[in-house]
Design a protein around this ligand. Structure first.
Ligand SMILES: Cc1cc2nc3c(=O)[nH]c(=O)nc-3n(C[C@H](O)[C@H](O)[C@H](O)COP(=O)(O)OP(=O)(O)OC[C@H]3O[C@@H](n4cnc5c(N)ncnc54)[C@H](O)[C@@H]3O)c2cc1C
Length: 400
């Protein structure tokens, strides 16, 4: 891997390179520092009067690899609340750490973190590393990346897992670049070989291939994991957990972004949180017919989800799309109506507890993942279901 190397013995800190860098990627902080915005354009190399800069090639040696141990999980929080994916990462992280006979550690960044630390310590975590600073209250890429870089260079984890959320997707590549290691985004399966090599599996080529990615020469082995794909950890209140507070130098907390005000978005329940989902596909003839699906969802206390063609037709928002390019869901009950079961769609729902499929084509692939299949016309089955549910609900109200 190529990077900009600085020969600090030759560098006289004249600042010519800093002024010439089109990406603002050089900084003098006692010594010349190369920031992660460096694009290796080589302008600085040309202007340096002391020939102190050059393109360097770097890779870690085997002995470097052996100095990395343990699994680290990023505990993402928003407004003092831990993201659901954190508990899924703890579940997976614990499994990996146990397989390797190593520790599972968690890192939490934020402000007024006490209740989150308490919550995390009820899970099977060995150590919680906390950076509690006002500047870390909300996600800002620079200080967050600096804190994680600080911790990783200190504890040297062999494996680092982050949720593939909006924050995770912004943060993970920054840290991977700073640490000059690889990153596998959006993993759906993760395992570890006895030699400690992390096998990072994710769909590729539109979901037609499951790519297995390893990071043989660099550490940490670094992956983002989609929410709702892994099983959440069980509580383990008797598991001993150590809490370690760490400080960050004030200049590392600086950011070009400041919060002027926070406007809370109206809370929309996400399909990823629903226990019951009625997912409708291209079997639906027109947008108005969504009403019958919505009625069924209402009767069952669930939500309506859709396949991609319905989003493309403008019949539903993208936030309702299940699948590879939509959301991954794991409800207790998933009813697929007029859905063929394309691989890209199934990738987002196959972890559902119970799947019912309604399709008029008995050979539709959706029946391969369904626990119960109804071969028939959804335009006949759905109204009948709604009517029957209506009768049952009225009866149960009367008998109360
Ligand atoms: C890179 C990539 C990413 C993708 N990501 C996603 C994704 O995230 N989510 C997604 O959904 N798709 C995704 N797709 C598209 C995917 O390949 C399929 O095209 C899509 O899932 C098909 O949607 P469908 O099942 O609604 O439609 P169709 O495949 O057209 O199936 C419609 C089904 O309805 C049945 N049907 C028709 N009428 C009735 C009726 N009256 N009663 C009962 N059954 C009926 C038919 O028999 C058929 O099986 C992606 C594709 C690519 C290439």
């Amino acid at each position: 891997m190529s990077y900009l190397g600085v020969n600090h013995d030759k560098c006289i800190l004249c600042g010519v390179c800093v002024d010439s860098c089109p990406f603002g990627a050089l900084k003098i902080t006692g010594k010349l520092e190369v920031l992660d915005s460096c694009r290796l354009c080589k302008v600085c190399i040309k202007v340096c009067p002391e020939k102190a800069l050059s393109v360097a090639e770097g890779s870690l040696t085997k002995s470097d690899l052996s100095s990395y141990r343990n699994v680290l999980v990023f505990a993402e929080q928003r407004d003092g609340e831990l993201a659901g994916v954190v508990f899924e990462l703890i579940g997976k992280g614990r499994e990996l750490a146990d397989k390797l006979g190593e520790q599972l550690n968690v890192v939490l960044l934020g402000h007024k973190t006490e209740s989150m630390v308490e919550q995390l310590s009820k899970y099977p975590v060995d150590s919680i590393f906390v950076y509690d600073h006002q500047e870390l209250t909300y996600y800002r890429p620079q200080p967050y990346a600096s804190a994680l870089e600080d911790l990783i260079s200190h504890i040297k984890p062999s494996i680092f897992l982050i949720g593939a959320t909006h924050v995770g997707r912004s943060l993970a590549p920054r840290i991977a670049t700073r640490l000059r290691t690889g990153l596998t985004a959006d993993c759906t399966v993760i395992d570890v070989k006895p030699n400690g090599e992390l096998v990072q599996i994710r769909p590729a080529f539109g979901g037609n291939v499951m790519a297995q990615i390893v990071t043989p020469n660099h550490r940490p082995q670094f992956a983002t994991v989609r929410p709702k794909v892994m099983q959440a950890a069980e509580l383990a209140p008797s598991h001993p957990t150590q809490v370690i507070y760490r400080e960050l130098e004030p200049e590392k907390l600086l950011s070009n972004i400041s919060f002027l005000s926070i406007e809370p978005k109206p809370k929309e329940t996400s399909i990823t949180e629903a226990d019951i989902l009625i997912c409708v596909g291209r079997g639906l003839r027109k947008a108005e017919d969504l009403a019958i699906v919505e009625e069924l969802a209402e009767k069952l206390g669930g939500m309506v989800a859709v396949t991609r063609p319905l989003v493309e037709a403008g019949w539903a928002p993208q936030t309702r799309q299940v699948g590879l390019s939509g959301r991954t869901v794991r409800p207790k009950l998933f009813i697929a109506c007029g859905v063929s079961g394309a691989i890209q769609m199934v990738a987002g729902m196959s972890g559902s507890e119970y799947i019912i499929a309604i399709n008029k084509d008995k050979n539709a692939p959706i029946f391969e993942v369904a626990h119960l299949g109804l071969v028939g016309d959804m335009y006949e089955i759905l109204p009948a279901l709604v009517e029957e549910l209506g009768r049952t609900l009225t009866k149960s109200k009367e008998s109360r």
